[in-house]
Design a protein around this ligand. Sequence first.
Ligand code: ZN
Ligand code: MN
Length: 477
Amino acid sequence: MNETSYLASVGLEIHVQLRTNSKIWCRCANRTGQPPNTDVCPVCLGYPGALPVLNRRAVELTVKAGLMLGCEINRLSKWDRKNYYYPDMAKNYQISQYDFPLCLGGRLAIDTETGPRSIRLVRIHLEEDVAKNTHHGNRSTIDFNRAGTPLMEIVTEPDLSSADEAMAFLQALKEILAYGEISDCNLEEGNIRCDVNCSVRPASREDLGIKTEIKNMNTFRGVHRALTYEIRRQVAECVRGHAIVQETRRWDDEAGITLSMRSKEYAHDYRYFPEPDLVPVRLRDADVESLREQMPELPKVRRERFVRHYGLPEYDAGVLVADKAVADYFEAAAASSENYKAVSNWVMTEMLRALSERDTPISETRVRPESLARLIELVDRREINSTAAKQVFQILFDEGGWPDDIVKEKALAQVSDAGAIEAYVDQVIREQPKSVESFRAGKDAALQHLVGQVMRLSKGKANPQVVIGLLRNKLTE
Ligand code: ZN
Ligand code: MN
């Protein structure tokens, strides 16, 4: 049997830190960037006898995510202790949800090489994040600021069949979580972390092969590389006639390989039992309905609307909608403009370039949406040309202000008055006899050169259309 006759099945368990003000069981702030072990209290430090109190917002955000992903919302869910010993968890158990999670089922559509596919979810449950261990040579430190951060775990069916599909799924999921303001979705901060299950089987077989699990991936690129490696490794083992061992493996990013860590644990190893310190969560239909009303437009729907309503190409809609804040900005500018395509062009090129150069989010830009719309209007009315418009944009971006004031102050208004331009045209015709001759001999490129010379003399302010008209008139007299 050769390598092409194997199929891979990949499932993901994605941990997402929720965007709440406080932690899940206590009033400590849910934030990053503080000195180690300062956002802590007896509850999140796991002191015996310190009792948890559930953060309502964490439940709401999880249900909202579930609704956006088409899950069924359990009206009754409960908390369970997942027992294990590790220094990042002082209680020696994690409070999680075992048999009654908040959300069941659901699905997410992704685009694949062979067309769109719907990936099924098993469940979404809520749990607490643990402290953060850092290893320095032969010494380790623990920071409990992260302990008790509300953590939503999304489990998929093993419906993905390649590293590319896993990547597409994670990107689509991240987009939805960002749209719903469920999470900050900052991968560098570890807001989204992923365990990857993977098995291979001969194409002729229906039942899945033995799976391995790669733990704690915190970049999408890492997931892609690890999966590419792991699928190849498993196929090679099968081709050699070796059995795959059910185990947990670790991705070594530098070496680009997965390594065996330990034999895979089973649910019964954790000795799950109901959490005695928390009552079950009962959701009323009215609670769920009010969350359904808070659901934003999904990215896919918004892309379709951008194409339909604003007449944008699908490419533009894709770029703009990829970031909710960018899409919101576009819509704010489009509201005061009649030239939607120009708004899209300015946002996609000048705006995104300037933002990435300065490493600024669009929410903090000094270019007000109405200013961008006004700038486009000035260009459309031929009051300024495109070179001047870019200068005005840069000033708006750096200092803010109103386009008309900047045009006036920097004397950027386009000169369309033929009388004023004529003098430049005459001068160029006098000084460039060779170009004049070749234009008359039928070479159009010569005209471009002459136009360029006039623009230079006018310091870029001449209206190029007027310059071309004057040149043509005078040279064909
Ligand atoms: Zn606390
Ligand atoms: Mn978990």
